[in-house]
Write a protein that binds this ligand. Structure first.
Ligand code: TYD
Length: 136
């Protein structure tokens, strides 16, 4: 489960002069069934979210409105991805440390998740994550 598995997926877009439409079907456009949806909004300027990894959870992160950056870190490699399109989703596999920052004013970050919320699926301590990730 390294960082190369985490990619921006281009979702279907039905372009229409009345307004565009995008849809996501679990197990089809993304490699998991959707068990939960949550979203971040009213994020103050300069705020950072995330700062954790998940043991088993898979996620698709979408900038529904505005833009923000996601920094992914598998303990060896890091990459910063700018999301600013409602028809793009960043797939994040398990065991990846992530941080979200650079939120534009009024942005909305929607996350589709493969499981319901479970605190015991989180690594919130980076050193603990690194030990588990690389078994050191
Ligand atoms: P957290 O996952 O740390 O937020 P983020 O990664 O977006 O910065 O969650 C923040 C708080 O919200 C934490 O107390 C757990 C709670 N929470 C839920 O109760 N259900 C959920 O689905 C999520 C994502 C978080």
């Amino acid at each position: 489960m390294n960082i190369d598995i985490c990619k921006v997926i281009e979702l279907p877009k039905i372009a229409d002069p009345r307004g565009n439409l995008t849809f996501v079907e679990g197990g089809d456009h993304i490699p998991f069934d959707i068990q939960r949806v949550y979203y971040l909004y009213d994020v103050p300027g300069g705020a950072e979210r995330g700062g954790h990894a998940h043991k088993a959870l898979q996620q698709l992160i979408i900038a529904m409105s505005g833009s923000f950056d996601v920094v992914l870190d598998d303990g060896k490699d890091k990459k910063r991805i700018h999301l600013n399109r409602s028809y793009n989703g960043l797939y994040v596999c398990p065991m990846i440390w992530r941080e979200l920052d650079n939120f534009s004013s009024g942005s909305v970050c929607m996350v589709l998740a493969s499981n319901k919320y479970a605190e015991d699926d989180y690594y919130r301590d980076y050193a603990q994550f690194m030990r588990a990730r690389w078994q050191v």
